[in-house]
Design a protein around this ligand. Structure first.
Ligand code: PMT
Length: 405
C-alpha cells in the first residue's frame, strides 16, 4: 500500500556485512511497497550473506556493490546517489562501517556515497555485544548522533554467535517508523504539540477489580500516529491499550479518569491541539476497598460517583492555555447520533466533535474501521464513509489544521 510519507521518495539503503542482512531484504521490500524508489548499495561483506539479486528483485532496481563498474557516461554513482537521496538508511550497520562513517572514510561505494549524502540518515547497528559496547564503537555512535543521525537499536536478544545480549538489529518495522518520523519533519504540525487521549479508563473497585469499557485505544493511537506523520509532537495519554504503542509518540500511561484528567491538565500549557478519543468512565465506585471483595458477603450493591468531565474542565481553564487552538471531542452514541453529538459539542465548548455511531458492525469500539461525522462549532458537518481508523485520524487532523492559523 502506498504511503503518504514514503511514496515517491528516493531512499538509499546501505547493507553491510552481518547475518541481519537477510532482514534488510524485508526492509527494502517494505520501502518499495510503500512507494519509495529504493537504491540498495551493499558492501562486499554484505554479499557474503545475501546476494545482490535478492535486493534487485525486491526493490525493482539494480543493487550496487562496486564503485568502479558503472557504465561509461553515467554520472559518478556515489555523488549522484548521495546527493539525490531524500533519505539514507544503513541496515544492518556493522562496527566497521559505523567507524568509517564516524571518521569520514570513503573506501567503498557505500561509505563514499554516504559521505556525499546530505539527506537525513537512519542507522540500524547490528554486531556482537562486545563490539557494540566497546568504547570506540560507542564514541563513533555518539559522534554520528551528534551530527544528526538517528540510531535505531540495537536491541537485545539472541545473537549470531549463539550468545544472548545487546547487538541485534532493530526490526524492519521499527527502522521504517524511524524513517517515516524523519521524513515527517517540517510537516504542517512542525513545532506543535498534539495531545490525544485513548483507551477505556479503569475505575478500581478493589485491588484486583475495576470497571471499564470496550475501548481498545486503536482510534487514539491512530490519531497520535497521524499527528506524528504531519510533523507534530504527539503525546498519548492512555488507559491500557490493546494495540502496540506507536514509535515516536510520547506515552503517558494512566488508569482512571481522575489520573487521565490530571495528566491532560498538567500538559495543557504546551498543547496546541487536544483530541479526546478516550472512552472515559463517567462514574467510579465511591469506595475502593483496600482488600479483595469476598463473595461470601452475598449480593453486592455498588455506589458510583461522577467522574470529572475532562473536556469540560479543559473548557473551564482554556484561557490559561494560550497555545491551545483546537479542542476536539468524540461522541460515541447508540441513538440520536447528531443531536447527542451536537449537545456535547456545545456543552464541552469544543471546536469539533467526531460523532461515532457505535452500533454499526465493523465500526467504533475495538474495530479497525470507523464511520464518523465531523460537526463544527462554527456550524456545518462532514459525514465520512466507513474507513480505516488511520484514515479517519488523518481527516480529523486535517480538519484541525485551519484552527491553528
Ligand atoms: O478505542 P477504540 O476501540 O478504537 O474505539 C474508539 C472509540 C469508539 C472509543 C472512539 O472513537 C470514541 O468514540 N471515543 C469517545 C467515547 C466516549 O465515551 O464518548 P462520550 O460521548 O462518553 O464522551 C464525549 C467526549 O468527552 C469524548 O471525547 C470523551 O473523551 C470526553 N469525556 C467523556 C467523559 C468524561 N468524564 N470526560 C471526558 O472528557
Amino acid at each position: 500500500m502506498s504511503d503518504r510519507l514514503l511514496a515517491g521518495k528516493k531512499v538509499l539503503l546501505g547493507v553491510t556485512g552481518g547475518i541481519a542482512a537477510y532482514k534488510a531484504a524485508d526492509l527494502a521490500s517494505k520501502l518499495a511497497q510503500a512507494g519509495a524508489q529504493v537504491d540498495v548499495i551493499m558492501t562486499e561483506a554484505a554479499t557474503r550473506f545475501v546476494a545482490p539479486l535478492t535486493f534487485s528483485a525486491v526493490s525493482g532496481r539494480a543493487a550496487r556493490v562496486d564503485m568502479w563498474s558503472e557504465p561509461a557516461g553515467e554520472a559518478i554513482p556515489h555523488v549522484r546517489l548521495g546527493t539525490l537521496a531524500d533519505l539514507a538508511i544503513v541496515a544492518p550497520l556493522s562496527a566497521n562501517t559505523l567507524a568509517k562513517l564516524a571518521l569520514g572514510l570513503a573506501d567503498n561505494l557505500l561509505s563514499a556515497t554516504l559521505l556525499a549524502c546530505v539527506a537525513p540518515l537512519v542507522l540500524a547497528p547490528a554486531m556482537e555485544s562486545h563490539m557494540w559496547l566497546n568504547p570506540l564503537t560507542q564514541a563513533h555512535a555518539e559522534a554520528l548522533r551528534a551530527r544528526g543521525a538517528v540510531l535505531v537499536g540495537p536491541g537485545s536478544g539472541h545473537l549470531a554467535s549463539g550468545a544472548s545480549g545487546v547487538g541485534r538489529m532493530a526490526e524492519p518495522a521499527e527502522i521504517l517508523a524511524a524513517a517515516r518520523l524523519l521524513l515527517a519533519q517540517g510537516g504542517p504540525l512542525a513545532g506543535r504539540q498534539v495531545l490525544v487521549t485513548a483507551g477505556g479508563t479503569q475505575e478500581p473497585l478493589d485491588p484486583v477489580r475495576y470497571i471499564t469499557n470496550a475501548s481498545s485505544g486503536k482510534m487514539g493511537v491512530a490519531l497520535a500516529e497521524a499527528a506524528r506523520d504531519l510533523g507534530g509532537r504527539a503525546v498519548l495519554v492512555h488507559a491500557p491499550l490493546s494495540v502496540a504503542l506507536p514509535y515516536g509518540v510520547q506515552s503517558v500511561p494512566v488508569g482512571s479518569a481522575v489520573e487521565m484528567r490530571d495528566a491532560v491538565l498538567s500538559r495543557l500549557a504546551e498543547t496546541d491541539i487536544l483530541i479526546g478519543a478516550a472512552a472515559v468512565a463517567d462514574y467510579r465506585p465511591a469506595e475502593v476497598r483496600a482488600q479483595k471483595i469476598k463473595k461470601e458477603a452475598g449480593d453486592l450493591t455498588l455506589r458510583l460517583m461522577r467522574n470529572p468531565d475532562i473536556l469540560g474542565e479543559v473548557a473551564a481553564c482554556r484561557r490559561e492555555a494560550p497555545r491551545l487552538r483546537a479542542v476536539i471531542g468524540f461522541a460515541a452514541e447508540t441513538q440520536d447520533l447528531r443531536a447527542n453529538a451536537a449537545a456535547k459539542l456545545a456543552a464541552k465548548q469544543l471546536d469539533i466533535i467526531v460523532a461515532n455511531d457505535v452500533t454499526e458492525a465493523g465500526s467504533g469500539f475495538g474495530a479497525d474501521d470507523n464511520r464518523v461525522t465531523l460537526l463544527y462549532r462554527e456550524g456545518g458537518e462532514e459525514s465520512l464513509p466507513l474507513m480505516h481508523k488511520s484514515e479517519v485520524a488523518r481527516r480529523v487532523l486535517e480538519a484541525a489544521l485551519p484552527l491553528l492559523a
